[in-house]
Design a protein around this ligand. Structure first.
Ligand code: FAD
Length: 559
């Protein structure tokens, strides 16, 4: 009997064979996953409607096949799918699974760790209650950068005459911006699903309920599974919080998650919180034409920046027309008779008001630890009880239980979550590994971008470390000027005594990409004289790093 391909997804008729899960002489039953098919839209599992033994496999991985292609020959018969019904509701089949590693949460921490674990030979499963890719892919890093691209493109177009190009009637379609973002997110999500499958990671969709550390259950109308792992990895991430002030539940008061699906472009936007996420949105919406006001509780926005970088980005805020109130405490949001939102705040004992169509609350994120009794599980929380406590091997207070990413509250960055996952898996497979936090690149996708790594000037001064600084402006960089982006600078920090590169920062074009050069120099503890021997391609923005290295020795050419 032939098993043919009968369906892919939607109206698609062709696809590429991903992984084939069965081979000659395997017994199959209804519901078994026979193979995966990659279509242009998604990765799809093809389930068996047959029961029997495979006689022949007629397809190969990577082969393009169409509806009607005969994929297998079997000795057996087609079975009617039996659905179990209970008072009209389908009941999922009960399953039990033993694994080496169970990961809870498929964000950039969890899914990458699961794949690595499987590559290391651990039988691995992962549970995700919402979407693969977590915050980063669905409501964070990637969606915001898709918005940044649209905002930058709009600015380039309205300034295109400077480049000799005349345009007319330029307008913005926020729904297209949102749809483009969704398409990118969906493509990457299918990619993760594909990678989990091809690496034999069992994906369970639903909310994990930790009954005990070796018995985790997921139960919903599609799944009823108990998983007994040898190792457990908690990678549940974090969620946006709102301030506890009156009016935060009013329509139009949004978090970073909701603003990424906005239906109309607000003419006016108030952002409460001038941290990284708030400032990225400030530049995005100001570039798209919204009048943006920031209300920041601290005495500065972007508090982790060295002062020279801070002053530079504040100038850029001014040029974009972003109003910034610091030392300002938001106290209440009220809706006026026209449906606008009035944010009341106090600055140096003065009551102030700002009116806007929308308010974005960007005041921090809290670890997703609310729905479990951690005391009962003997998992210790941090001193402030707001995250799971881990050591530098990513171990929790209980043996064989690890916690990585935002859920441990160390550093809320996607690449930190991923790296912590790698460290945790290495430790599971006895390759002792430690998580270091002294050379983590971080980027703020403002306009221009800001990127930092290693030791900052502020940190060095605070710790009385004798340093030398090399600093080169982008106004002397040919490539930056051809791009019309001569603002900003790069700086390198070296140890005055040993000449070792300790850190650096870039504010300017492609800062997010070229910071990798400094990260690498810090990582290998490069000596500045040797580092400056490297040839940098011309014309590139990375030349500011070369010149900054030379500048620490008073040898820069273009200053
Ligand atoms: P998450 O990505 O939060 O994933 C955790 C997953 O666990 C979620 O999918 C959740 O549904 C799932 N989960 C939770 N509880 C359960 C349960 N009980 N059962 C099953 N599943 C569960 N970082 C950067 O490095 N660069 C950036 O440019 C950047 N931009 C950002 C922009 C915004 C607007 C935001 C909000 C964040 C941004 N971040 C950025 C931060 C980054 O998104 C996070 O640091 C990163 O996603 C953390 O990864 P994680 O794997 O720890 O958790």
């Amino acid at each position: 009997m032939d098993i043919k391909l009968t369906k892919i997804t939607g109206h698609e008729t062709k696809g590429k064979v991903g992984s084939i899960n069965v081979k000659k002489d395997d017994s199959i039953k209804v519901g078994d996953t026979l193979l995966t098919i990659e279509s242009s839209k998604a990765s799809v599992e093809v389930e068996s409607e047959y029961e029997g033994t495979i006689n022949e496999v007629l397809i190969e991985e990577g082969q393009e096949i169409s509806i009607g292609t005969v994929m297998f020959k079997i000795d057996g018969k087609k079975q009617e799918k039996k659905a179990a019904y209970k008072f009209g509701l389908a009941v999922a089949k009960k399953e039990k699974l033993e694994v080496d590693l169970l990961v809870i949460g498929a964000g950039p921490g969890g899914y990458a760790a699961a794949i690595k674990a499987s590559k290391e030979g651990l039988k691995t499963a992962i549970i995700e209650k919402e979407e693969l890719g977590g915050t980063c892919l669905n409501h964070g890093c990637i969606p915001t950068k898709s918005f940044v691209k649209s905002a930058n493109m709009y600015n380039d177009i309205i300034n295109s005459e400077l480049y000799g190009i005349k345009t007319e009637n330029t307008s913005i379609s926020i729904s297209t911006i949102v749809n483009r973002k969704n398409n990118i997110v969906n493509t990457l999500k299918s990619g993760i699903e594909y990678l989990l499958k091809t690496n034999n990671v069992k994906l369970v969709k639903g909310e994990a309920n930790i009954e005990s550390l070796d018995c985790i259950k997921v139960k919903n109308d599609k799944v009823d599974i108990e998983i007994n792992p040898k190792y457990l990895m908690l990678a549940m991430g974090s969620e946006a919080v709102k301030l506890n002030i009156p009016g935060t539940n009013l329509e139009g008061v949004l978090t970073s998650k909701e603003i990424l699906n906005i239906e109309t472009l607000p003419k006016t936007l108030t952002i409460i919180g001038g941290g990284v996420i708030g400032m990225e949105f400030a530049f995005i919406f100001a570039s798209l034409g919204s009048k943006v006001t920031i209300i920041e509780y601290m005495d500065e926005i972007l508090t982790a920046l060295d002062d020279d970088i801070l002053q530079e980005i504040k100038k850029c805020c001014e040029e974009k027309g972003i109003d910034v109130y610091t030392n300002a405490k938001a106290e209440e949001i009220i809706k006026d008779e026209n449906g606008n939102l009035i944010t009341k705040f106090k600055q140096q004992n003065n009551e102030k008001y700002v009116t806007s169509e929308k308010v974005l609350m960007s005041v921090g994120r809290r670890a997703n630890i609310q729905n479990q009794d951690w005391d009962k599980l003997k998992i210790k929380l941090t001193e402030r009880k707001n995250a799971i406590q881990v050591n530098d091997k990513m171990e929790t207070s209980v043996k064989n239980v690890y916690a990585i990413g935002d859920v441990n509250g160390k550093v809320q960055l996607a690449h930190v979550a991923t790296h912590q996952g790698m460290v945790a898996v290495d430790n599971m497979v006895n390759k002792e590994s430690i998580m270091y936090y002294d050379n983590i690149p971080s980027v703020v996708f403002t306009m221009p971008e800001i990127a930092m790594t290693g030791m900052s000037e502020t940190m060095a001064k605070k710790n009385n470390i004798p340093i030398k600084i090399g600093k080169i402006p982008f106004s002397s960089n040919g490539k930056a000027l051809t791009e019309g982006k001569g603002k900003g600078f790069a700086k390198i920090i070296i140890d005055k005594n040993s000449n070792q590169v300790l850190g650096g920062a870039v504010i300017g074009p492609h800062a997010s990409d070229i910071i990798a050069v400094i990260t690498n120099l810090v990582e290998i503890k490069a000596n500045v004289e040797e580092a400056a021997e490297t040839i940098y391609a011309h014309p590139t923005t990375s030349e500011v790093i070369h010149e900054s290295l030379l500048d620490t020795m008073g040898k820069a050419i273009h200053v």
